[in-house]
Design a protein around this ligand. Structure first.
Ligand SMILES: O=C(O)CCC(=O)C(=O)O
Ligand SMILES: [Fe+2]
Length: 275
């Protein structure tokens, strides 16, 4: 079987269809960040192949600051083609349609240029502080409304850290942890209150994730809003919280005035020849 985006999407679709009703119920639970997950998304051998296709951390871009410490890549043609195929499998119209049915979010479009998606890798000591994702796409035309996070590291126990945390009641209260378990796909809403983070990786090995984001003209909220990616300290990091809030506040102010990015993002998949 060739592992192209269409056959991968066939498999994902089949699996989502079986669990659709349960996923829809889970996603719509009240009083928490709308989210759900599905295990055993792909046959184990295929999920393992995807993990094996990941580049070494050194071949990926590093994002390192007070906010986060992780590796990412969006220029997918630099790597094993299977990675590009799995990223774009999640952008198949049939997958978008069933995900719309599960989440109730309408008129979604994928992030074709991988403005924020692609692959990410987190190794020992890496982390992602609590944050709200940027509210819009690069041109500020569409809302970012859904994250699709597919974890592919085999045998990754919860004790390794690197787990997704959803701060349902804000960053001052306790979080809900979603184990970034092998072959698990998480769907999570992104809006004005979807605070989330990745706990520090505390063991050797690499926590690998295939990420996709969906956009929509309609916000996943009742009203319009705009914000840049905004980071916060964890409850035990009060000083860092202040610094990160100043940092987000300044960036937000600049963007509200200029409407466009001051610094062009490098995290984008350039498909033309003059990259
Ligand atoms: O890697 C994860 O589990 C979450 C990543 C994240 O927060 C994001 O991509 O917006
Ligand atoms: Fe995020």
């Amino acid at each position: 079987m060739t592992l192209d985006r269409i056959s991968l999407a066939d498999l994902i679709l089949e699996r989502l269809a079986v669990q659709k009703d349960e996923l829809r119920k889970e996603f719509s639970l009240k009083g928490r960040i709308n989210s759900c997950f599905i295990d055993n998304l792909l046959p184990v051998n295929i999920a393992k192949k995807i993990y094996d296709a990941f580049p070494s951390p050194e071949e990926m871009a590093i994002h390192k600051s007070l906010r986060e410490n992780k590796r990412v890549a969006a220029q997918m043609d630099l790597y094993d083609p299977l990675l590009e195929e799995i990223v774009y499998a999640f952008q198949d119209q049939r997958i978008i349609k069933i995900v719309e049915e599960i989440t109730g979010i309408e008129e979604m479009t994928p992030d074709e240029h991988l403005y924020a998606g692609g692959i990410s890798l987190m190794a020992h000591g890496n982390f992602l502080n609590p944050h709200l994702d940027n509210s819009h796409d690069n041109d500020r035309e569409n809302y970012r409304v859904l994250n699709l996070l597919y974890y592919v590291t085999p045998d990754w126990p919860v004790e390794n850290g690197g787990n997704l945390e959803l701060w349902d009641k804000g960053t001052k209260r306790t979080q809900r942890t979603i184990h970034s378990k092998f072959n698990r796909l998480v769907l999570m809403i992104t809006n004005k209150s979807s605070y989330h983070s990745v706990s520090k990786v505390v063991s050797d090995g690499k926590r690998c994730c295939v990420s996709n984001y969906y956009f929509s003209k309609i916000p996943a909220e009742n009203e319009e809003y705009f914000h840049v990616t905004s980071f916060y300290g964890r409850p035990e990091e009060p000083i860092k919280d202040i610094l990160l809030k100043i940092d987000s506040g300044l960036r937000n102010m600049v963007r509200k005035v200029t409407k466009k990015r001051v610094v062009e993002t490098k995290h984008i998949y350039k498909k033309d020849s003059n990259k």
